[in-house]
Design a protein around this ligand. Structure first.
Ligand code: ATP
Ligand code: MG
Length: 499
């Protein structure tokens, strides 16, 4: 196929940030009516490439043809006007605006008459747009800050749908969504395809990429490696092209029997929150206790409640000494660490260096008589960023400059470094590539073997089955089944208790 016959054709694109060469002469070809997957490890250049296509930042050099014509745009508004839209990996909604205003951000003009914004019309139209993509449960008048991270992403989807783009770029969005949200996104992608429009889809989930994408382009370290046709797909081939070496498939825990101490280190007694009803559980020393369920199962409240970070209406969470954990500061004093799903907002200072972010909760460990030795701090931070393979220039680089997955790694390094006894992890491998996933699972197994206890909340069933001693399945805010690690624990078995 000649370059001009593709809908979009990127040639020899280069982009550097200081000494980091994010794109080293990359190409990409997108056909009309296809879903093209873009895959590569954290920091390989996927977001940089697609954000250039979407007008968010300029390339240093290289050309783009769109409909066979040179495509030059100054910003994302111009890209939108030409028919290219992107759902960003990072949050792109405005907290203090309503859902409806977020849907139409940048297009308020349409609702203005004599300089006055017709809010009633905005609400009405937002409801329509959301409904069109299949979202009916979000109150359009609600401020975004009162909605979940997932709802924010659905609002971004609605915003894109409303612009009716020719090309939609979806950057690492699925891991922010529940199954229901994913289905909404997949339907939207399939519909675009039927209409002869195209999607560039980014995800670290290889199974998802193989099932959704018509072709798959691979980036490695800023280089274009190649494109696979559907009939060439195999997980091994994709993985080895991504990382440049063969990697083993089995990265979960190897033992297939549950094993943990008798000592109870954390206990929830009939807790009721706005999303949970009468849930009880016990976490043992050396145990990995998993929680799985659908988005509305209340699973994310488990972590917040166990860390004292949300209001518990009834019941309580206590530690091994029967002392109540009612606030995050109490939890931290008891050496409990919590990594929330919405890590960027909840636990990173993106406008500070990696060094400060990782060292912050651990100053007591690093400092001697309130004096923090810079050498000791550096060693500590370097140890943890190396363990998690954070791709960075050095530890003084700002977190804001890191790729999405590498930001996540910093958040995880920060809390794993904090030497807690209990780790509460909500979707810890969200947005993280397979190589580093494997190291995180290994770190979790090491923690367990050292007698630490872990609560693992995850939307990825293979992950909870692969890692946990016991799995609690939640449904409508209640415990609907508890499963002990064994050889024949399957996803289907758990799903039966989820729906
Ligand atoms: N504004 C910036 N300043 C400095 N470096 C940057 C900036 N944006 C990206 N980079 C660097 O460019 C490289 C590519 O980043 P990019 O975000 O494109 O990766 P990615 O493939 O999207 O990774 P992920 O899967 O983690 O999202 C990384 O090394 C990143 O740190
Ligand atoms: Mg990215």
């Amino acid at each position: 196929m000649e370059a001009e016959n593709y809908l979009l054709c990127v040639d020899n694109m280069k982009k550097s940030f200081g000494i980091t060469k994010a794109l080293k002469g990359v190409q990409l070809q997108l056909k009309s009516g296809e879903i093209l997957g873009l895959i590569g490890e954290n920091g390989s250049g996927k977001s940089t490439l697609t954000s250039i296509i979407a007008g968010i930042q300029p390339a240093d050099s290289g050309g783009i043809l769109f409909h066979g014509e040179p495509y030059s745009i100054q910003n994302s508004v111009e890209a939108n006007e030409k028919g290219i839209c992107m759902i960003l990996q990072e949050k792109a909604t405005f907290d203090n605006l309503s859902v409806a205003h977020n849907v139409f951000i940048g297009n308020e003009k349409e609702f203005c008459k004599h300089g006055i914004l017709n809010n009633k019309l905005i609400f009405e139209k937002a409801r329509e747009v959301l409904k069109k993509i299949g979202v009916t449960e979000i109150d359009v008048k609600d401020k975004i800050k009162n909605r979940s991270f997932e709802d924010g992403k659905l609002v971004e989807l609605a915003r894109a749908a409303n612009l009716n783009p020719q090309i939609l770029i979806v950057d690492e969005t699925t891991t922010a969504l529940s199954q229901n949200g994913r289905d909404i996104l997949y339907t939207m992608m399939e519909n675009m395809k039927k209409e002869g429009k195209s999607v560039i889809f980014i995800s670290h989930d290889i199974d998802e990429m193989m099932s959704k994408c018509d072709r798959l382009s691979i980036l490695r370290d800023g280089d274009y490696i190649g494109t696979l046709e559907k009939e060439e797909y195999s997980p091994e081939k994709i993985k080895s092209l991504m990382v440049g070496r063969t990697i083993t498939d089995n990265y979960y825990r190897e033992d297939t029997k549950s094993s943990y101490g008798d000592e109870i280190v954390l206990k929830a007694e009939n807790i009721t929150t706005s999303n949970l009803k009468d849930v009880s559980f016990e976490l043992h020393k050396g145990e990995i206790l998993g929680f799985g369920g659908l988005a509305d199962s209340g699973m994310h409240d488990i972590g917040k409640a166990a860390f004292g970070a949300i209001h518990i209406k009834k019941g309580k969470v206590v530690d091994g000494q029967n002392e109540q954990i009612y606030s995050p500061s109490v939890a931290m004093k008891k050496k409990i660490a919590y990594i929330g799903k919405n890590r960027d907002q909840e636990s990173l200072f993106v406008n500070s260096p990696i060094r400060d972010n990782v060292a912050l909760p651990s100053y007591k460990i690093i400092a001697k008589n309130t004096f923090v030795s810079p050498t000791k701090e550096r060693k500590f931070v370097e140890e943890w960023t190396t363990k998690l393979d954070v791709k960075m220039q050095n530890i003084d680089q700002y977190v804001s400059e890191l790729s999405g997955g590498n930001k996540q790694k910093v958040a995880i390094a920060k809390w794993l470094g904090f030497g807690a006894d209990i780790f509460i992890l909500d979707c810890p491998t969200r947005g993280i590539d397979i190589g580093v996933k494997a190291s995180i699972y290994k770190l979790l197994t090491d923690l367990k073997n050292r007698g630490k206890s872990i609560i693992l909340i995850s939307e990825e069933l293979p992950e909870v089955i692969g890692m946990c001693d016991r799995v609690v399945v939640l449904k409508n805010g209640q415990n609907s089944g508890i499963f002990v690690r064994e050889d024949d624990l399957t996803e289907n078995k758990l799903i039966n208790y989820m729906v």
